[in-house]
Design a protein around this ligand. Sequence first.
Ligand code: SF4
Length: 272
Amino acid sequence: MPRDYHSASSINVYKQCPRKYYYQYIKELPTKKSIHLIRGNIVHSVLEEFFKIDINEISKENFDFELRMVTLDLLKKHWLDKKGDIFEVVSPKEKIGFYFEETREMIGCWINDLLDKLEPDNLVESFNKLKPKTEVEVVSDKYKVRGYIDAVFDEEGIILDYKTSNKDYITEEYKLQLAIYSLLFYEKYGKMPSKAGINFLRFGEEYILVDKELIEFAKNEVKKIHKLTQSNEIGDYPKCQGPLCKWGSGECEFYQICIGEDMKNNQKLNKF
Ligand code: SF4
């Protein structure tokens, strides 16, 4: 079934490979879990829950140690919640410790950055100023697109997405995601965000300018994808074969079925 509403993810999947979009969003084939996906969810949960703490209970004298402990405890809690999933996808199992340590470092970079911005003599006020609204749902019925913004800083009108990837720059894919969030923010609040950015947890924050051009870019991309995804026919979703099909030890989650279809078609042709 064609989708009523798109998201930044579904649009980016179409742009990567229309056939992949077909398998994931038209056929609704199950997608594979991966450690990167699971870890991304864990980190998002940690950051979301972190801002729910009562800062009045944190001591002014020892706040940096206590806040580091809060993040570490949250990481352990959410990691253990996903223990079963992690065990299922990581091989060999010895690598689980490596992924945990890597995630701890990421969260460590993030909390260091936050601690630098906190004012010890003005702890409660400075914490509340840095506290965003998290997981904000944004929907446009006009453009039929929706999403969740990781962090919205109302006062300054800044929107931010958290990424656990190895990248440290805003790719075209991220730019489109930020453009769509800026459009959705505009639709929800009636004003453009002042800035839209990515917090690369390992490397820090990067922002792009939000202007009318960026909002128009988002509108056009969303309209284009709605037009291109009206059909239910596989033939209307061409394959985009390239490095995203297979790399090193990994492959596209639909690689086997995609290649399988090629083989079936070749067998049919050979019969003639
Ligand atoms: S294997 Fe390649 S062509 Fe097939 S769906 Fe995946 S990315 Fe697209």
